[in-house]
Design a protein around this ligand. Structure first.
Ligand SMILES: [Zn+2]
Length: 343
């Protein structure tokens, strides 16, 4: 066990070829899945089931589509973040038991007790549900594109900047309850992330196991504390700001890797370590891949504080320290040099 005293919200079953065994014990269940995941694995599902292919996670769609499944007692959510979130929402709505089978580790949707649902195309976190069991099938995860699995490590790296912000928040505003034990756990998580970089990069069993246990540790404590400030603070704020500036979404772990890079530099907090870890992980955070122009990046940094204040976002380094034009210039030039980006 990587994280001791982790709690008991998540019963994670690790293995291979888990689907027939899991579904042999279930009957008349609803499978909520991505279309391609369903076509790939439906032969392995046992007994009677109905399948729902996820179209989107818009609240209006789910509310309409769930109607025909009233009375369902078991939901099996299977796929990437969107399918898992749709499955969580449906299970909670139906009052059904939930079994989750993430097929890729790019997001922590299978662990997060809230469902990320869109209301008129705006992401809204709602509900509170925990799976009866969570199944991690190494073969299924390893069948997903490597870069998607590896990108999930970027969201774990967020603990480095977020936990710093959490301490700052506690000293200045006390908006979010602080726990020294969880703070130290976050430092331990970062250390173990560094230890596991080669495993994560290979997406081998140990790498998958580490990422799942880390997601589990974060989620257990989120359920306890009712917030997640040790893993989501100024770096997630800068991501929200960039999404606003650019008007499009990003692969989550990738954009968070970029924003951890900048926020660790701004915090003067283990920045070179972040750079080393990102390079070793090989997460592509180039402007080209992220589809951000240099101008948009500068704009995002420039308006992050204003964005935080306007949206009433919790106190972090962004509110605590003025960000000068000189600093933005220096930071963007450093980023371009560190990642060999030509302007
Ligand atoms: Zn995140």
């Amino acid at each position: 066990m990587i994280f001791p005293n982790c709690g008991d919200k998540f019963h994670i079953i690790y293995g291979r070829g888990l689907l027939p065994g899991l579904t042999a014990d279930l009957d008349h269940y609803l499978v909520v899945a991505d279309g391609f995941v369903l076509s790939q694995f439906k032969e392995q599902l046992k007994n009677h089931y109905t399948a729902y292919t996820v179209k989107d996670v818009e609240l209006a769609t789910l509310k309409e589509d769930v109607k025909v499944y009233e009375g369902t007692e078991i939901v099996v959510a299977m796929g990437g973040g969107m399918a898992i979130d749709a499955g969580k929402w449906m299970a909670e709505h139906l009052g059904a038991k939930l079994y989750s089978i993430p097929t890729v580790l790019s997001v922590n949707a299978a662990w997060c007790y809230k469902s990320a649902i869109r209301v008129n195309n705006v992401v809204t976190y709602m509900g509170r549900i925990f799976p009866e069991k969570l199944f991690i099938d190494y073969d299924i995860i390893q069948g997903a594109p490597k870069y998607l699995n590896i990108s999930g490590a970027g969201d774990l790296l967020a603990c480095l900047t977020a936990s710093y912000d959490w301490k700052l928040n506690d000293m200045v505003t006390r908006e979010k309850p602080f726990s020294q034990e969880i703070y130290q756990g976050a430092q331990y998580l970062i250390g173990m992330l560094a230890e596991n970089i080669d495993n994560i990069k290979e997406v081998n069993d140990n790498g998958i196991y580490f990422m799942c246990e880390a997601y589990g540790w974060i989620a257990e404590n989120a359920a306890k504390m009712n917030h997640t400030m040790w893993e989501s603070a100024s770096e997630h704020l800068l991501f929200d700001t960039l999404e606003y500036v650019c008007g499009h979404g990003f692969l989550h772990g990738r954009i968070i890797s970029l924003t951890v890079y900048f926020m660790s530099l701004f915090q003067e907090n283990q920045h070179e370590r972040v750079l080393s870890m990102l390079k070793r992980l090989g997460i592509d955070i180039s402007l080209k891949t992220l589809e951000i122009t240099e101008e948009q990046l500068r704009e995002g940094l420039h308006i992050a504080k204003q964005f935080a204040v306007e949206h009433g976002i919790r106190y972090t380094i962004i509110q605590a320290k003025p960000m000068s034009e000189e600093w933005i210039h220096m930071a963007v030039e450093k980023y371009k040099k560190d990642f060999n980006i030509e302007s």
